[in-house]
Design a protein around this ligand. Sequence first.
Ligand code: DI6
Ligand code: FE
Length: 412
Amino acid sequence: MVSCDLLIENAMLATMDESERSALPYGEIADGAAAISGDRIEWIGAMSELSSGLREGAANILDAKGRWVTPGLIDCHTHLVFAGNRAREFEMRLQGTSYEEIARGGGGIASTVTATRTATDEELFSGASKRLGTLGSFGVTTVEVKSGYGLDVETELRMLRVARGLGVEHPMTVRTTFLGAHALAPEYAGDRSGYIDLVCETMIPKLIDEGLADGIDAFCEGIAFTPEECERVFAVGTQHGLPIRVHADQLSDSGGAALAARVGAVSADHLEYASEDGIQAMANSGTSAVLLPGAFYFLGEEQVPPVDALRLHGVPIAIATDLNPGSSPINSPLTAMNMACVLFGLSPEEALCGMTRSAAKVLGMSGDRGVLRAGSCADLVVWDIDHPSELSYWIGGNPCDAVVQAGTLRSY
Ligand code: DI6
Ligand code: FE
C-alpha cells in the first residue's frame, strides 16, 4: 500500500528547483501536490499526476486551497546571540558620527562584547530564542548563528553552546559559525598577533573538542583584521575541516573577495566594495556571494555590491538578514528580500532564490534544503499570497500561514 504521512494538495508550488521539469520562473508547478514521509518529500508534482493510492494512503491532508508553497527560508548569516542593544549608538550615527568612528572610539562591536560577557547563559539564550522565534514566524526553517561577541575563550564557547542549544529547543535547524576574529579583544589592544594566536591555538582547539562549530568566519576590514590575519585563522579552521566564510569588503575594498577565493571559502559576505577581479576570483573558486542589504540600509551606505558582475560571472547570490545589534537590527527575512530588490536591484525571484536554494549552498545543504524536490528535506512554507513576487513586495506584515519543518507542521 502506497502511503505518506502528510499530503499537501491544491498548492501552487514554487519549487525553486533548477532541475525541475518546469522551466517556469520560481520552478513553478501550478495546481500541485507534495507527499511527505518522515522528514522527506516523497513525491512532488502536478495534482493530475498524483496517484490515487498515494492520496488515499495519506495519514493527513493539508488542503493549500490554491495558496503558494515554497521551500522553508534559510537565513545563512546571523549574529543572533548577543546581549543588550545599540540604540544609543544609532542616535549618535543619526547626529553624524560614523559607524567606524564609533568603533574606533571603543563603541560598536566592543560595546556588545561587554554586554555579552556579563550576560548569563540564560539571558543570552532567552534573547536569542525570541529573535529565532520571530525568524521562524516568517517561514525560516534553517538559521546560521555566529559567535563573535565574546572575544575571550569562555564567552566565545558560551555563545556557541547557546547557539547549539537553540537548535535543540526550537523546531528549526541551526548551524553555528565561529567568528572569534570579529574584532580585536580589548585586552589585546596593541597585540594583534597575540589575539590571533589565542583564536588559533586556544579557541579553535577547544571548540573542535566540544564539536561546537559547523564553520569558521572572520571580519576582513580596516576596523577588524587584515587578509593575512584572517588567513592564519582560516588555515587552522581548514586543518579541522571547517568550511570558511568571510566578512568581505563591507566598508572598503580590503581584498576580502580575493581572500575568500584564495582560501576556497564557501562564501564571501557583504561585498559592497568588492572589485571585479575579486568577483572573477570568487567565480573561479566556486565561492558564493551573500548579500546583506539590512546592514547596507541601516548604516546608510551608498556603494552597492557589484550585482551585475556577480551575475555575469555566474556567482550564486544568497541573501541574509545579518541580524545583529550594531549594523542590521532586522528580524524579518522578507524585509531583507525587499531591500535586496529595492536597494540592490535583485528581482523578487533572485531574492527568493537567495533565501532558499543559494543559501542552502552556502551552508553545504544543496539539494537537501532550499528546493522542493523528491528526496529533499520536507521544510515547506504555505503563504497567503497570490504570487511569490509578493514575498519581496510587502514591507511589514507577515503572509506566512503554515510551516512544515522536517515533515512536521510547526506551531509558529
Ligand atoms: N559586519 C557587520 O555588519 C556586523 N559584523 C560584521 O563583521 C556588525 C556587527 C556589529 O556592529 O555588532
Ligand atoms: Fe555579519
